[in-house]
Ligand binder design. Structure first.
Ligand code: CU
Length: 125
């Protein structure tokens, strides 16, 4: 397991398997300005693959695999983690981005379509 620790990055691995997450849609926590986004990875896509937030939002990404281990790298940042295969837990990444468009990609070789596993976080002013 690799951890890239930056000032704006917090990584935790939740040991318990998360079963039956009720929704994949972002859940806003207005009081703290935190938006929780559940992301599912499955060869060869992240769902959702596009996340839009307003500037100043703290994004808590909860990454869960539906098959093998995958990686999650936000290009241009030091966020790059591996998260476990199905049933082995969830990895949480906290990202507090400036406005802009950030590409994320799988960083753990996971099969023939690995290089297609990407998405974007779009932070508007
Ligand atoms: Cu991959």
């Amino acid at each position: 397991m690799r951890y890239a620790l930056g000032s704006f990055l917090l990584v935790t691995i939740v040991a318990a398997a998360v079963v039956g997450i009720p929704a994949l849609l972002p859940v806003a926590d207005a009081a703290q300005g935190t938006q929780v986004v559940e992301i599912t990875a499955e060869r060869f896509a992240f769902t959702p693959s596009e996340i839009r937030v307003k500037a100043g939002t703290r994004i808590e990404l909860r990454l869960r695999s539906e098959d093998t281990a995958h990686g999650f790298h936000i290009v241009g940042t030091d966020i790059d983690i591996e998260f476990p295969k199905r049933g082995r837990g969830v990895a949480t990444v906290v990202f507090e981005p400036k406005p802009g468009r950030y590409t994320f990609e799988c960083s753990q070789l996971c099969g023939a379509g690995h290089s297609f596993m990407r998405g974007a976080i779009i932070v508007s002013e």
